[in-house]
Design a protein around this ligand. Structure first.
Ligand code: NDP
Length: 493
């Protein structure tokens, strides 16, 4: 049985002063325990924060690194992730139940790319100068904030961790990372990589354990300058409350309920195929999942017919099986929550088009498998349309014209992402501009260049992620005004 330890102040294992509780880590495909993880106590959180705080002080090894030396460490991390990609993908698949072909060719590559991209941009994170012409030289410099705590969810563990850690380090901060208590395996492997890459002691720290305890203490800590949190909107609200007394900076990537809008002129096969990808990739456990399909009335029947045929044929399988197209959900508790929403959809009067059941036979008996599920004839007030289910449940609604499609798309508390399928690009751009989300796709889903930033709308979060704008969020913009010659002001005679 693998034992998972924290990494604090350059050492494996938590603070010596606490007797550690252990948490069992489970493979969601089989329900079997695969590892035992240390559980952080208050002393561990304090030790990790103090280590990161000391490593940030002027004169420390970390603070003495030049920008290019920091970039070198980030590039080395990217190299090591790529070298260990097979092993990391297997760990991520074992721990999350995500298909190996997804973790190997998306999640792990994205994590490496994040470190490489931030290494390239580190030197671009700079200020400005202004010469007023009267001997005063004004400048702005970008300075790191201090200790950044990165709190990570279970659905995309390595990728989300990298998305917070890499820009924080690129900007010169030190970090304390807390993965989801369900999925610590890849985080431990990442910290082995940090150790091998040669990060100075205390610059990177790993806490394992519960959000309710360790996450809350990080939010309350006076020594943590910024929290990067990815998780549910409800937890986000709690974090805002807990961090209020220390007025820290927050980057919150929260829930979503993204609309996938298909107009009459769309290519039906392409639209259905993309809608399935948008809603069922990662078993729908994706913040940007296109979980609300809005279809124009002229093609509604054709689209629902094709969805029924195609979704019914999705191959559910074990995550390492290369023929599998769809795996288990993350945990028994989450599976029960999704099944609850499926029952609710039926009670609310939505028509169950396909799926809706737990798979309990044979190979699937002990895992957390649910059929990919589609409800059609949904109405806007239904809870399955309004609330984030975070599982393989797609709702389908009919709309008459562009205006009503935009209205339906916007009528939820979230504003993370969305898509439009149409041949009319003028209309596509109009819809993109009028739907209140941080990301829109036209005639595609989930693709991006990997270098541009975005920021969520409404209750989907706060702050900018990605690109140079994302790195700047980890800095304070300091203004310095310099007069070379010392002169009297002569204000007071
Ligand atoms: P949670 O909000 O339950 O947890 C996220 C992280 O926060 C975990 O590490 C958790 O620890 C920790 N946590 C829990 N309670 C607190 C607290 N009071 N203070 C500080 N930290 C806490 O989300 P899930 O892990 O269930 O992930 C699913 C959610 O994440 C979905 O709502 C999804 O939309 C969202 N998400 C958003 C993304 C985005 O980019 N917008 C991307 C991916 C997911 P523990 O594991 O111990 O509970």
């Amino acid at each position: 049985m693998q034992e998972l330890h924290m990494f604090i102040d350059g050492r494996w294992g938590g603070s010596a002063s606490s007797e550690k509780q252990k948490r069992s880590i489970v493979d969601p495909a089989t329900g079997m325990v695969i590892a035992e993880a240390e559980e952080a106590e208050q002393q561990d959180v304090e030790a990790a924060v103090n280590a990161a705080y000391s490593a940030f002080q002027p004169g420390s090894l970390w603070r003495n690194l030049s920008v290019s030396e920091r970039a070198e460490l980030l590039n080395r991390t990217a190299d090591l992730i790529e070298e260990r990609a097979d092993e990391l993908a297997r760990l991520e698949t074992l721990n999350t139940g995500k298909l190996y072909r997804e973790t190997r060719y998306d999640d792990i590559c994205a994590a490496a790319q994040e470190f490489r991209c931030c290494a390239n941009l580190a030197g671009e994170c700079r200020g400005n100068t202004a010469d007023s012409g009267d001997g005063l030289l004004s400048m702005t410099v970008r300075e790191p904030l201090g200790v950044c705590a990165i709190i990570v969810p279970w659905n995309y563990p390595l990728g989300t961790a990298a998305g917070g850690i890499a820009p924080a380090l690129a900007a010169g901060n030190t970090v304390v990372v807390k993965p989801s208590s369900l999925t610590p395996l890849s985080a431990v492997a990442l910290f082995q990589i940090f150790e091998e890459a040669g990060f100075p002691r205390g610059s990177v720290n790993l806490l394992l354990g519960s959000g309710k305890k360790a996450g809350k203490l990080l939010a309350e800590s006076q020594k943590v300058s910024k929290i990067v949190f990815t998780g549910g909107t409800q937890t986000g609200r709690e974090l805002i409350r807990n961090s209020a007394s220390s007025v820290k900076k927050l980057a919150l990537e929260l829930g979503g309920k993204s609309a996938f809008i298909v107009f009459d002129d769309a290519d039906i096969e392409a639209a259905v195929d993309n809608a399935m990808f948008a809603s069922f990739l990662s078993q729908g456990q994706l913040c940007v999942a296109g979980s609300r399909l809005l279809v124009q009335e002229g093609i509604y029947d054709q689209v629902t017919k094709r969805l029924k045929e195609r979704v019914g044929k999705i191959r559910v399988g074990m995550p390492m099986d290369e023929d599998a197209e769809f795996g288990p959900l993350i945990s028994q508790q989450h599976m029960q929550s999704v099944l609850h929403y499926i029952r609710l959809g039926q009670e609310e009067g939505a028509k169950l088009l396909v799926g809706g059941k737990r798979l309990e036979e044979g190979l699937f008996a002990d895992g957390y498998f649910i059929e990919p599920t589609v409800f059609c004839d949904c109405s806007q007030s239904m809870r399955i349309v309004q609330e984030e289910i975070f599982g393989p449940v797609l709702t389908v609604q009919k709309f008459s014209d562009e205006e009503s499609a935009i209205e339906l798309a916007n009528d939820v508390q979230y504003g993370l992402a969305g898509a439009v399928f149409t041949k009319d690009l003028e209309r596509a751009v109009r819809v993109c501009r009028n739907v209140n989300t941080g990301i829109m796709w036209v005639n595609t889903y989930l693709e991006d260049s990997g270098v541009l930033a975005s920021s969520p709308h409404k209750q989907s979060g706060i702050g900018i992620a990605g690109g140079i704008e994302g790195i700047k969020e980890f800095t304070v913009l300091k203004q310095i005004n310099v007069r070379a010659v010392q002169e009297k002001v002569n204000w007071f005679q």
